[in-house]
Ligand binder design. Sequence first.
Ligand SMILES: NC(=O)c1ccc[n+]([C@@H]2O[C@H](COP(=O)([O-])OP(=O)(O)OC[C@H]3O[C@@H](n4cnc5c(N)ncnc54)[C@H](O)[C@@H]3O)[C@@H](O)[C@H]2O)c1
Length: 356
Amino acid sequence: MTNDSCLGFGLLGAGLIAPFHARAVRAASGARLVAVADTDPTRLAKFAAEFAITGYSSLDRMLADPAVQVVNILTPNHLHAADVLKTARAGKHILVEKPPALALREVDAMEAACAAAGVKIGVVLQCRTRGALQAIRAALQAGRFGKIHHADAFMKWFRSADYYRLDAWRSSRRSGAGVTIQQAFHYLDLLQYLVGPVRRVQAQMTNLAHPGIELEDTVLAFVTYQNGAQGVVEASTALWPGTDIRIEINGENGTAIMVGERMETWKFRVERREDEVIRCLGSAAVATGATGAADLSFRDHQVVVEDMVRAIRENREPMITLASVRPTLEWALAMYQSAKQGTAVDLPIVNEDAVW
Ligand SMILES: NC(=O)c1ccc[n+]([C@@H]2O[C@H](COP(=O)([O-])OP(=O)(O)OC[C@H]3O[C@@H](n4cnc5c(N)ncnc54)[C@H](O)[C@@H]3O)[C@@H](O)[C@H]2O)c1
């Protein structure tokens, strides 16, 4: 594929996650990194020089560049919705970082704007692409687990006080920076993608290790899924030094446990020939974010970028649609509501304005 036939990608935001997107786009087949936009002139200049791309001081300026066909939205969480609406109206395709927005009505407006403009929108929830996770999903769809009893996520991570002080939005509840909707969103999404949607949740939120910051750094929750399965979610950025996440699925006929991106346990009453290969999926050496925000591989992002290129070329939906992430956001919002009220909350939630 010549460079000219590659799709041009522009990054909105030159912060912590931006280098991972830049490397992912550069490595992706069919994609070309052409621009970055950021309102912070120092960050912008440094990033544009590092990756030898055009730097723009605003989204509007970048949207006027015809070389930019896809925009990766990497701004703070509370800005995603407005940035997506503007980008869609400019006729550019979109990859938006997680969480896609902070309210369901924002997600609905984003969906409508993209449909009206005829542009694709995909969400960067790259953990869905992991081989071990896809194997669990395939086994669930094939009915190998039988009735699901438990579906749990354990995220015992560490983020330092310095991480929360890097930018003002990181310690602001209204910016969606608490552990539930910021870091744990990935793993709520995996459970929702595997066994959701959720019927009821009871959550408790605390700040264990980050005094002076208004956010929860820890959440514990009991969950009941619509299919009758139960589960727990335990997520924290207070637990030094931070260990790999665990996703655990227990059914009447089998158990699967993914640690980081590696399949740790894969056992079924009825074995299949492919099980030996599935047990070897993933690597313990790949960093998945446990000890710090920069402790990450860009390979999962690359899969998401390459899928977006193919979705545009083939005129199909991207692999991680906004509609498929909406129930994850609703679950996260229900957890905030539950912690605030001190009661269990049933989904669908009725008054999302009361959440924040
Ligand atoms: N998928 C993942 O694993 C993953 C990991 C980390 C962060 N993220 C997500 O990526 C997003 C960004 O996180 P981050 O840690 O890079 O944040 P950050 O604060 O480091 O970077 C955000 C950048 O956006 C810029 N910005 C703010 N307002 C702007 C505007 N109006 N126009 C242009 N630029 C603007 C800021 O100057 C900053 O450089 C968040 O949504 C976060 O949840 C995802």
